[in-house]
Structure formats: structure tokens, C-alpha cells
Design a protein around this ligand. Structure first.
Ligand code: OGA
Ligand code: ZN
Ligand code: ZN
Length: 390
């Protein structure tokens, strides 16, 4: 690279093709070639070695990353055996490959993407509920502002449940709120559903019976992520809302009865919904864990659970484990109970937080909720977009 090109590039830090403000980080102070790649040292003393293949793959020049879509154009099919010329300028890294291609990397961007570091994100990790958990409450009017929306999204992704309060008593408000975040996820119950007691119900929710804790649609390969329930009327006696955090309960089960956790997470069972026009079923465990033993998703819904098709000698252990989990979920230590007021919307992560309701008396007054679902990806996306202007 000749020094004239250099001076030009020094004036403007390399752009790595990403919209989020994730290029902060100390300047590079040293870059040297090693057998493993390029060894980099930053101003704060952190250092790492990045392989040449990786560096070539992450070139953000307009030939390697589309300047408008920001998507990768470079295809890493060739091995990289040549050693590029290495230059540091203005705290950034410049590599000139043997074919003449020049790659420029922002020092802070590299810092945040060194293999030892976690890539920064605006999206919080799920945090299991603590004792006396109280949900975040965001006023409807605040939810319509970027700060309020951010508070709601953060609480949803962290706690798996949040309330919107003081909303208008108008039909379809749940759809309007949902669509601020993303498209409604449709199911066999439609993209928006009414919860009230109906003649000829095709689902327990459309009766007045109490609903023990459950997730919706465990019989789908991918149950809806986020459920929104907007209360328009709640004058009937009873009908209190119930919630419990699967992440918290699974941790408690691990402590109390690791064998039960093993059985429930390693045994696939059947879930099935049938009506005149649908027959939707899946085979999956009640508890799905990741490689670190953390909860991926829970499928607990006793009325959509299908025939237990297991070898007979395994049945007793499965029923025992199921009973232990059921009792934990329904114990006072883990249950959150409150009455949804008209104008309030509760939203929760349907694959993590179980919900239910107490029985109500449909002759004592009206009870009407409107609900819909969203994909969790849309919540995280909205939060990342909001973080751009933070
Ligand atoms: C549902 C449901 C809760 C309620 O519709 O799936 O759980 O409070 N409703 O009626
Ligand atoms: Zn390039
Ligand atoms: Zn439900």
C-alpha cells in the first residue's frame, strides 16, 4: 500500500458494514504476522490472534460486502496461504493481500469480535424470576414512545413477562400494539383471537373453566413465542390470571429432583389438537434443555397432551416426574396471580412462562380478552433498531 492511499484512509475509519453502533473499543497498537495469522494488541493490553481465513472472510470493502444491503458477497472457498502486508494507521488495521486486494478493519470492531470476547448486544439474556418477582408495568401512552417501547422489550426478553396499563377500551388495540413490533403470528385459531366463553367451544380457553398453568399450542413444532392478552372486560367473578416462570421452576426442579428433570427432558411424548378442520401434532419432551442444561423451551399443557406412548416400564417414572413438575409450577413459591383490569395487556414468552386463569362465573359479568402472538425475533430486532439511536 503506498503512503498516499494510506493518508486518505487514515482520515476515515473503516466502516464494517453494520448499522448498530458496535464499533466502539480501544485502538489497535500492534499487528504482527505469526504462523497462526495476525497477532493484534489493543491499547488496553488485550490481544488475540486472528487467522488469515477469518480476516479475509470479514473484509468489508464494497467488493466483499454489498454497500447497500450490507450482506456478505465474499465466498470463503479458497484457502489463504499468502501472508498479506500489514499496516496500522489511526488505530485500525489494513491488510494488502498478494493479489492486490486491500482490506481495512476498524480497530474497535475487531476488539469486540475477538474470539475471547462476547459480541456486544442490546438484547438482554433471559433472567429467571427471583422471589417476589413483580412484573414491569409500562403505561400505554409510554409504550408509544421509543423509551417506553424499549423498557417493554427489555422486560419481555429478560423476564419473559410485562404489563401494559391504562390502555384504551377499544377492540383490536392488541393488534395495533402487536404490529408496532412485528407481524402477528397466525395459528389455527387465526391471527387474532377472542377469549370469552362461547357456545360450541373448540378449546378449553373458550369456556369458563379454570385453566391450570400451560403454554399455548405445544402441539406445534414451533409454538408461538410471545403471547399478548389484552383485557377489554373483566367483570365476572373469578378469572384471575396465573403465571409461573419455566426458567425458575426448571432450576428449582434441578435442585429438588434431578432425576425428574432428566426424565422430562429426555422423554419425548405426544401433543395433539384436533377439531373439524385440523389435526396438529408433534412429539417432543416437556422440557427442552440446551447443552449447558439451561431451558430452551417448555411444553406443558395437560389437555393437549396426547396418548402417552411409552414402553410400559417407563410410564411410572414419567408420571412421577410429571407430578413433581406440576406441583412445583402450581406451588405458591412459583406462582404469580393478579386480576387483569380492562385496559391492561399482559404479554409473556409462551415458550418459557406458563399462564393460566382461575375459573370464572359467566353469569356474574362479562369477561373478554383479545389475544395474538408475535415472534421473539421481532422483539429482539426492534430493540436492536432502537439501540441505534441510543
Ligand atoms: C388462552 C388462555 C387465559 C385467560 O386463551 O390460551 O390461557 O385468562 N387464556 O383467559
Ligand atoms: Zn474486500
Ligand atoms: Zn392459554
Amino acid at each position: 500500500m503506498n503512503s498516499a492511499v494510506f493518508a486518505e484512509e487514515q482520515r476515515q475509519a473503516p466502516q464494517m458494514g453494520e448499522l448498530a453502533p458496535y464499533q466502539d473499543g480501544p485502538s489497535l497498537t500492534e499487528a504482527v504476522s505469526t504462523d497462526e495469522g495476525v497477532h493484534l494488541t489493543w491499547q488496553d493490553g488485550q490481544h488475540t490472534t486472528l487467522p488469515l481465513l477469518w480476516l479475509r472472510d470479514h473484509c468489508a470493502c464494497p467488493a466483499c460486502r454489498h454497500p447497500q444491503t450490507r450482506e456478505r458477497l465474499y465466498l470463503p472457498l479458497d484457502d489463504i496461504s499468502d501472508t498479506p502486508a500489514i499496516e496500522l494507521a489511526g488505530g485500525h488495521l489494513y491488510l494488502t493481500w498478494q493479489d492486490g486486494h486491500v482490506s481495512a478493519y476498524h480497530g474497535g470492531w475487531l476488539y469486540q469480535r475477538r474470539p475471547e470476547a462476547e459480541i456486544p448486544t442490546a438484547v438482554p439474556s433471559p433472567a429467571p424470576w427471583r422471589d417476589q418477582f413483580t412484573p414491569e408495568r409500562i403505561r400505554h401512552a409510554d409504550f408509544l414512545t421509543p423509551e417506553g417501547e424499549k423498557a417493554w422489550l427489555t422486560a419481555m426478553l429478560r423476564d419473559g413477562l410485562a404489563l401494559i396499563t391504562e390502555g384504551p377500551l377499544v377492540e383490536e388495540e392488541v393488534s395495533r400494539l402487536a404490529e408496532r413490533i412485528g407481524p402477528q403470528r397466525a395459528t389455527n385459531f387465526g391471527s387474532r383471537f377472542d377469549v370469552r366463553s362461547k357456545p360450541n367451544p373448540n378449546n378449553a380457553a373458550y369456556t369458563a373453566v379454570g385453566l391450570p398453568l400451560h403454554i399455548d399450542l405445544p402441539n406445534w413444532r414451533q409454538p408461538p413465542d410471545i403471547q399478548l392478552l389484552y383485557c377489554l372486560q373483566n367483570e365476572a367473578s373469578g378469572g384471575e390470571s396465573l403465571f409461573a416462570d419455566g426458567a425458575r421452576v426448571v432450576n428449582a426442579l434441578r435442585q429438588q429432583d434431578p432425576e425428574a428433570l432428566k426424565v422430562l427432558s429426555e422423554t419425548t411424548i405426544d401433543f395433539r389438537f384436533q377439531d373439524d378442520t385440523h389435526d396438529i401434532s408433534v412429539r417432543a419432551p416437556v422440557i427442552k434443555l440446551d447443552d449447558d442444561g439451561q431451558l430452551v423451551e417448555i411444553r406443558l399443557n395437560n389437555w393437549i397432551r396426547d396418548t402417552l406412548h411409552l414402553p410400559a416400564p417407563k410410564m411410572a417414572a414419567w408420571y412421577r416426574a410429571y407430578r413433581v413438575l406440576w406441583q412445583l409450577f402450581h406451588s405458591e413459591a412459583h406462582q404469580l396471580e393478579f386480576t387483569l383490569l380492562p385496559g391492561q395487556m399482559v404479554a409473556f414468552d409462551n415458550r418459557r412462562v406458563l399462564h393460566g386463569r382461575r375459573e370464572f362465573d359467566p353469569n356474574s359479568g362479562a369477561r373478554h380478552l383479545q389475544g395474538t402472538y408475535l415472534d421473539r425475533d421481532m422483539l429482539a430486532s426492534k430493540l436492536r433498531v432502537l439501540a441505534r439511536s441510543a
